[in-house]
Structure formats: structure tokens, C-alpha cells
Design a binder for this molecule. Structure first.
Ligand SMILES: [Ca+2]
Ligand SMILES: [Ca+2]
Ligand SMILES: [Ca+2]
Ligand SMILES: [Ca+2]
Length: 347
């Protein structure tokens, strides 16, 4: 049930009344954004018929820096919290769009400006691209990549929902979810969208695929057993192993950088919390243990900390805590929903 709060079908239905025409402008170059440098205004996608017709992009031009410090984020990023960049989704500027938070200085910059819904971003291993899913009232979500060079590309284009992508550790492939065979399954493709193929046919909804750091395994969420639990399989879709089994919803697992543990969201104690479990099984720990909705963990690149989303201040904000749950610190400050962080070492 927790997933419903971020369900893409619901998101796609948003804004139907206000959106009669799809207009999209991607403003990218995250390094520049966060450094307060050039902003590239690029590209538009036009047409209310749902086609991904790419209108000739305007020439890159200088724009005003958009990176602004969060009201309190910069001071609260402790000296021993690792740097890097967190890409996340927020509806602080209308429908869900992607934003970048610098863990070095606490500034936040807007990465996408889209009349639809952008969700679940993942920074590529080399930091040059962000893959995410994007939907509009006219379109079920498709997988999209934004490049630091200023261009973007759709990796999927069909009448089905394609969502929740993640990079392979070498950045050459993308694993994702699609309902093109009738229920949500895990698929894989090359990073240019070629060679799309289903990894396994599994009962129920299979969501949130995440590649292991060594590239050999994929963890995912499935309700094949009647409710959401965490499963692991080989990267070619074999040897499916159920890692959690309980009546609660366990979902959205993320590998620790050393590949030995998984952080995930579960409401097994009655409210959503961030848990960590050994990949081998056992050693389950509730890291948040607050009555708030604590969800969507993302490890720091060095494994020392975990970013997550929590509404403990009244609405969803990004937080960071030590990997043992100690010292939670608020990272964002906006009345909107800030969630689904992905932490990259890229500055
Ligand atoms: Ca399935
Ligand atoms: Ca369960
Ligand atoms: Ca909680
Ligand atoms: Ca917020």
C-alpha cells in the first residue's frame, strides 16, 4: 500500500485539467546549476497527441543561476557527512520534477521543468547522465535520460508504462519496470534503449529493480507472495530468492556500496521506517523507528550514511542519518513533497 502514495498511475492522472498541451523544457547541466554557472536551456517536446516529437531545440544560452541554498540545509550538512550530489523528486515547483542537492554546500537546483511527472531519478555511475521516468496526462511513463552535455533521449516509447530505471554499475545498461506483458515485470536494455528484453515472468507487480554494486545481482520489490517483499535474482533473471517474508509491505531496497546489506522501507511496525538487512539474510535493524513516514533510503557512496525521505516535520523532506540510524539531520526545507533521493559521489 505504501507504494500507492507514489504510484505512477495516480501521478499520470494529475494535472489533467490544467494541461491541454504538453510543453517540456529541460534545464540541465547539474554541475553548472549547483555551481551557479551556466544554465543550458534546451529542447522542447511538443504535441498533445502523446507523440514524442522533439521540436528543434533552441541554441544553448546563458541563464540566471537557479541554484539557491535551502533555508537551513547548508548549515545542517555536518562536516563529517560525505559530499556529492543527491538527485531527488519534488513537487515544489508544480508537478513532480527532478532537483539536485549539493551535499557540499546545501544548495538545491532544479534539473527538469516538465508539465508532467518526473520520478525516481538515478545518477549514472560516471555522473554524466540522470535516468528517470517521465509521464504526462497523455503518456504513461517512459524512461528518459538527461545528459550533462545538454541533450536528452527517450529510451522507451510505447503505449505501456515504463518506470523505475536503474543503471548497471558500468553504465552500459538500464534495468527498469514495464507492464507491457500485462503486469509489472523487470526488463533490461542497453543505455541507448536498444535490446529491450524481459528478465523474468513473475506473478504480481515487480518494482524498484536495483543493480548490485558488483553487477551480478538485481534486487527488486514484488507482491508475488501476496504483499510486497524484497527479492534478489541474478542479473540475467535467474535464481530468484525471497529475502523478506511478512505481512507488511517491504519495498524499494537499495544496496550498500559494499554489496553486503540492503536498506529498504517497511511498515512492519505499523508505520513506514527505513530498515537494513544483510543480503545473506538476518541482522534486520529498524534505523528510523519514528511514527513518521520514513522511506526511500539511499546510501552515501562511502556507505557511512543513508539519505531518506521523512514527513516527521509535517511534510516529506530529505534527511540524512548515519548508517546505524544515529544523528538524523534535515537536508531540505520546502512545504512540498521531497522524496526518492539518489546519492552520487559526483560534485
Ligand atoms: Ca510481474
Ligand atoms: Ca511483506
Ligand atoms: Ca516511521
Ligand atoms: Ca518538503
Amino acid at each position: 500500500m505504501m507504494i500507492q502514495s507514489l504510484d505512477c498511475d495516480r501521478c499520470v492522472e494529475n494535472d489533467v485539467a490544467v494541461l491541454t498541451e504538453v510543453n517540456m523544457t529541460l534545464r540541465i547541466s547539474w554541475r553548472g546549476l549547483l555551481a551557479g554557472l551556466l544554465m543550458l536551456a534546451l529542447a522542447a517536446c511538443g504535441g498533445s497527441d502523446g507523440a514524442h516529437e522533439i521540436v528543434a531545440p533552441p541554441a544553448p544560452e546563458r541563464g540566471a543561476p537557479t541554484a539557491t541554498p535551502e533555508s537551513s540545509g547548508a548549515e545542517r550538512v555536518g562536516a563529517d557527512v560525505p559530499g556529492g550530489t543527491i538527485v531527488f523528486m519534488s513537487n515544489r515547483a508544480g508537478p513532480d520534477n527532478l532537483f539536485l542537492l549539493s551535499m557540499s554546500d546545501g544548495t538545491v537546483g532544479q534539473l527538469t521543468t516538465l508539465a508532467g511527472v518526473d520520478g525516481f531519478p538515478r545518477m549514472s555511475p560516471n555522473g554524466d547522465e540522470v535516468v528517470y521516468h517521465s509521464g504526462t496526462p497523455a503518456l504513461l511513463p517512459e524512461i528518459v535520460v538527461v545528459e550533462a552535455s545538454g541533450s536528452f533521449r527517450w529510451l522507451t516509447e510505447n503505449e505501456f508504462g515504463d518506470l523505475m530505471p536503474d543503471w548497471s554499475p558500468d553504465g552500459r545498461r538500464v534495468v527498469f519496470v514495464s507492464d507491457r506483458d500485462g503486469d509489472f515485470e523487470i526488463y533490461m536494455m542497453d543505455a541507448d534503449g536498444a535490446n529491450q528484453r524481459q528478465l523474468l515472468a513473475h506473478p504480481g507487480a515487480d518494482l524498484f529493480p536495483r543493480w548490485s554494486p558488483d553487477g551480478t545481482q538485481i534486487v527488486f520489490t514484488s507482491d508475488a507472495g501476496g504483499n510486497n517483499d524484497i527479492y534478489v535474482m541474478t542479473q540475467d533473471g535467474r535464481d530468484v530468492r525471497r529475502l523478506t517474508e511478512n505481512p507488511a509491505s517491504d519495498e524499494a531496497a537499495e544496496w550498500s556500496p559494499d554489496g553486503t546489506r540492503l536498506a529498504f522501507t517497511s511498515d512492519r511496525d505499523g508505520d513506514a521506517d527505513v530498515y537494513v538487512v544483510s543480503v545473506a539474510g538476518g541482522n534486520l535493524v529498524n534505523l528510523t523507528d519514528s511514527p513518521a513516514f520514513d522511506s526511500f533510503p539511499s546510501w552515501s557512496p562511502d556507505g557511512s550514511h543513508i539519505a531518506f525521505s521523512s514527513d516527521r516535520t509535517g511534510n516529506d523532506e530529505l534527511w540524512v542519518m548515519r548508517a546505524d540510524g544515529a544523528e538524523p539531520l534535515l537536508l531540505t526545507s520546502s512545504p512540498a513533497r521531497d522524496t526518492a533521493p539518489h546519492w552520487s559521489s559526483i560534485e
